[in-house]
Structures are given as structure tokens and as C-alpha cells.
Design a protein around this ligand. Structure first.
Ligand code: GLU
Length: 331
């Protein structure tokens, strides 16, 4: 049931591979063309309202645009929609989904999907993904689950999902948890629930959002930290993707300590799954050393999702203590 009077599902089209026609045709497919190519969609008897919002590669989306999409979706739910589907490119989907999840205040599901294969390719996956996404958006089982990513008949929590392959149709996985559930014979089966938290304010000041630039530094073998020079002048925050459990070369420690005196610096792991540690290793450049120098523990949040959370917190005016608490709860 919707929060007003039920209107079914609203689908917002943002572009991406699912909209790339291939061949000689230049213009992207509209949302109506994408849904018209989905076998079985009308048989669901879910009223579907389709709106074209953007038509871009997902790498060109901005935080502000995604927050605008959340606003549009939010209004649709307030007006009675049971759920929302967003179709977009897959490249930044793990980030946009988490951004939406952090601010989504409704019980109604916010479902993101896309395609790995263009519509004209053999075995195009877009139609099946849209069908499954609409089923999830309309499903009672998915209510209260926040933002969900549906591809390959798997339902992933925005909080955990990663794009882990560049071309495979099975490119999305949740390495720490596995999928929350599946769409089986058209039925939405959720086997797990991701923890939900109070939504952060979506309507953050857009000027402050632009100014809240967050850098991501991936440490590498023999890293001398030259990329970290002068960061205080250009950025408001930093995410460090450390080795393994959150380690960096010892030569980087003074620089990171100084940066942490000027801006929030979040420590994460570059490995792709698992959490950083807090107090197991003590050497210079270890997690214990870095946290003692003021870096913030990113927990299980990967570098990309940490960057999303940190930027949103900075844009809402949060100070270091508030940011550290938010990572303690969500990391
Ligand atoms: N893989 C790209 C994306 O994530 C698709 C590029 C395109 O839409 O042109 O958006």
C-alpha cells in the first residue's frame, strides 16, 4: 500500500547502457521505449508511470542530480506511489544507490536497476532487470528496506552492493553479505534485512554540497603521498583506501596526521570486502597508529561508499565528532 492513495510504481529513467540503442541510431531510448520492450510488464497489473529525468552515462551524474531524483521520487511516494524504480548506468550505481539510501525517508522501496548489455545485443539483460525491479518496487516484502539494487533477479542492499565486474551480466554482488534476496518465479523473496538508520537530510544546502569536495586516496606500494600535498586548500574531507585492514606506508603517517587536524579523514580498506581493524597492529602506518592520529574508522564501508557518506555529512554542516559518530553507526 502507498503512503497516499496507491498509484503503482513510478519509473524514472536516467540513461546508461539500458538506454543505448547501438547501431546507427544516435538518440538514447526513452523510458517509454525501455519499458515497451519488457515482456510481461503489463501482465503484472502494476500501474506504471514512466518519466524521463536524464539521459546520460552514469559517470556524468552528480550528487545534486541524484538528490534531485530522490526529491522527485519522494514527491511521487507522498502522492501515493507504492514504490519507485530508477534506471541508470551501472558504473556509479553502487554510489548513487547508497546516496539515495542515506536520505530516503519512506517505507516505499527505492529500487535501482540498469543493464550490462545494450538493448540490441544478444541476451540483453535490461528487460528482465526492469521487470524484476518493478516487481520489487511494488512488493509488500520490500517495504522498509530503503534503497535496493535489482539486477539478475537478485535484490541487493544499497549499503552493501558493489559493481565487481566490468562486463559480466552478473556484475553486481554484495561481497560482505550476499544478496538480501531473489526474485523467484516472479515472487520477491527477501532472506535478510539490512540495518536501517535515521535518514540524513536530503535537502542539504546545494552551495555547501558543491564546496564539500571529498578526495579519495588509494595507497599503493612505495606510495610517497605526493598526491596528498596541498589537499587542505582544495578539499573538505579525505577518504584513505588503505592496505588490508587499514594500513599505509609509514612515510605517509605525518602527512595524514596533519590532514586529520584540518579535515575529517576516514580510513577504509582497498581490498573490496571486510572491515578495517581498530587495535590489532601497532607499527607506524598501522590502523592503531592512524586512528590515534585522528583518522576516523570507516568500519565495513568501502572507500566509495565512505566518500558518499562523508560528503553528505559535510554538506549538512556536520563537524568531526558528528561525522565520527555517523561512521561508528553506519560503518
Ligand atoms: N556503462 C555506462 C554507465 O554506467 C554506460 C555508458 C552510456 O550510457 O553511454 O552509464
Amino acid at each position: 500500500m502507498g503512503e497516499g492513495c496507491a498509484l503503482g510504481v513510478v519509473l524514472l529513467a536516467l540513461g546508461g547502457t539500458i538506454s543505448v540503442p547501438g547501431g546507427a541510431r544516435g538518440a538514447r531510448l526513452s523510458g517509454a521505449e525501455i519499458t515497451a520492450a519488457v515482456p510481461g510488464l503489463t501482465d503484472l497489473r502494476v500501474p506504471l508511470e514512466v518519466r524521463d529525468v536524464q539521459a546520460v552515462p552514469s559517470g556524468s551524474l552528480t550528487f545534486a542530480q541524484v538528490l534531485d531524483v530522490v526529491d522527485v521520487a519522494s514527491r511521487a511516494v507522498a502522492e501515493g506511489a507504492d514504490g519507485v524504480v530508477v534506471t541508470q548506468g551501472t558504473d556509479t550505481l553502487e554510489e548513487t544507490a547508497f546516496l539515495a539510501d542515506l536520505v530516503w525517508p519512506h517505507e516505499a522501496p527505492f529500487v535501482l536497476t540498469g543493464a550490462m548489455r545494450q538493448p540490441a545485443m544478444a541476451g540483453a539483460d535490461g528487460p528482465a532487470n526492469v521487470l524484476a525491479a518493478v516487481r520489487v518496487a511494488a512488493a509488500r516484502e520490500a517495504r522498509g528496506a530503503g534503497a535496493l539494487v535489482v539486477l539478475g533477479d537478485e535484490v541487493h542492499a544499497a549499503r552493501w552492493v558493489r559493481k565487481t565486474h566490468s562486463t559480466s551480466p552478473a556484475a553486481f554482488s554484495s561481497p560482505d553479505t550476499g544478496p538480501l534476496g531473489h526474485v523467484v518465479e516472479g515472487r520477491v523473496r527477501l532472506l535478510l534485512a539490512a540495518p536501517r538508520h535515521e535518514p540524513l537530510a536530503a535537502g542539504c544546502d546545494r552551495e555547501r554540497l558543491e564546496a564539500s569536495r571529498v578526495a579519495l586516496h588509494v595507497v599503493t606500494l612505495d606510495d610517497d603521498g605526493a598526491q596528498l600535498q596541498g589537499l587542505e586548500a582544495t578539499h573538505a574531507g579525505l577518504v584513505v583506501a588503505g592496505f588490508g585492514v587499514g594500513h599505509v606506508p609509514d612515510v605517509l603517517v605525518p602527512r595524514l596526521g596533519t590532514l586529520a587536524e584540518h579535515m575529517p579523514v576516514v580510513l577504509t580498506s582497498r581490498t573490496g570486502s571486510g572491515s578495517v581493524l581498530r587495535h590489532t597492529y601497532k607499527a607506524p602506518g598501522s590502523e592503531t597508529d592512524l586512528l590515534r592520529r585522528g583518522l576516523i574508522d570507516g568500519g565495513f564501508l568501502d572507500p566509495y561508499k565512505s566518500r558518499v557518506l562523508l560528503r553528505l555529512l559535510l554538506a549538512s554542516g556536520a563537524g568531526r565528532d558528528h561525522i565520527a559518530k555517523a561512521f561508528a553507526v553506519r560503518g
